[in-house]
Design a protein around this ligand. Structure first.
Ligand code: ASP
Length: 343
């Protein structure tokens, strides 16, 4: 804090929020982010000092990758001592993946890291960018007795603040583009900015921030559908170099009971490749053994993803594999929440 005023760092990585329309060609193009205060003069009215930094070449979030996740984390780490809150702007398409990953990368985080973006570019007349950006900054700047209100990675979008690793993108059309189906909102913005204190993470502020940077990308998502072909399943699971599988199942974690399917899973697990059961349902939890159609998965040693999102499961799986956790311990490690990502 400088003279009791929080300092907020805006990190622009790319995405619609930082684009303007070229009225000659009608195409969207990135604008110079250093000029953000010119584009949104209201930023000067906020009760905080705003600094900005941007990726040298902003990316569409479809090009996001673990290397960029680490780049964002390193920007945060390098400024952690003199910045009070961070607002990360990315494209919405993969924002839940990136924000979930950052929640795992940033070990002992005790300052706000708030992700936001927009459905319409900042230069558009009907843009949602201004409200999202201004309120995300306010969230990151909210302190009580010099202690930040938010001490975790959040995602703010269209009047709602969510725990980032609980979110999923649900619409490419509505301004309300995200949802946190299995965890209550951390806050809402109406006439007042309200926080739901009982759902906020309380960090141990004596610990030092460190980064978890080792990701193992040799994983696959196998999404079930009625009539899925035996050859396809065996081909995917027998792929050389495969080290982890997210199995997207039906309902409460159910899957076909054909012998060939159970055998393929057993063979995979015998090769010490963890298989995580994540439901295709938008909300609710995996509960293996609840139906007969999940008993064989439980018996084969499939790991329960409980109510984790696929976005979070990917980051967690890549990270735990990167930590080279012994196979016998992998199940209990994965089934234990690390950053409030499952319950
Ligand atoms: N395609 C864009 C992206 O995710 C969409 C957006 O910014 O909302 O980068």
């Amino acid at each position: 804090m400088k003279n009791n005023v929080p300092v907020i760092l805006l990190i622009y990585t790319g995405g619609t929020i930082g684009m303007v329309k070229d009225y000659k060609s009608n195409a969207l193009k990135p604008f110079d982010f250093e000029n953000i205060k010119v584009k949104i003069p209201e930023l000067k009215l906020l009760d905080c000092n705003i600094e900005t930094t941007a990726f040298e070449s902003p990316i569409d979030s479809s090009d996001m990758s673990p290397n960029y996740w680490v780049m964002i984390a390193e920007i945060i780490e390098n400024r952690y001592h003199d910045i009070d809150g961070f607002v990360v702007l990315t494209g919405t398409d993969t924002m839940s993946y990136t924000a979930s990953a950052l929640s795992f990368i940033l070990n002992n985080l005790s300052k706000p890291v708030i992700f936001t973006g927009s459905q319409l570019p900042i230069g558009d007349l009907r843009t949602d960018a201004k409200e999202n950006l201004i309120t995300a900054i306010q969230v990151a700047a909210t302190h009580e007795n010099q202690i930040p209100k938010i001490q975790e990675v959040g995602l703010y979008f269209e009047y709602k603040l969510y725990r980032a690793n609980r979110t999923t993108k649900i619409s490419s059309e509505q301004f309300e583009a995200f949802e946190s189906p299995n965890y209550p909102n951390l806050g809402e913005s109406g006439v007042h900015l309200n926080f739901n204190d009982q759902w906020l993470h309380k960090a141990d502020r004596n610990q030092t921030l460190s980064l978890e940077k080792d990701f193992n990308a040799n994983i696959v998502i196998l999404k079930l559908f009625p009539g899925i072909n035996r050859n396809t399943v065996e081909h995917i699971l027998e792929f050389p170099g495969l080290e982890g599988v997210i199995l997207e199942t039906y309902g409460a974690g159910n899957a076909p009971t054909d012998d060939w399917f159970s055998d393929a899973l057993k063979k995979t697990i015998d090769r010490k490749i963890p298989v995580i059961n994540v439901t295709q349902c938008i909300s609710g939890s995996v509960s293996m053994g609840h139906y007969e159609t999940s008993m064989h998965l439980k018996n084969a040693g499939v790991i329960s993803g409980k109510n984790i999102t696929t976005e979070s499961a990917i980051a967690k799986l890549k990270l735990l594999l990167g930590k080279k956790i012994p196979f016998q311990k992998f199940k209990s490690k994965f089934e234990t929440p690390i950053r409030g990502e499952m319950s």
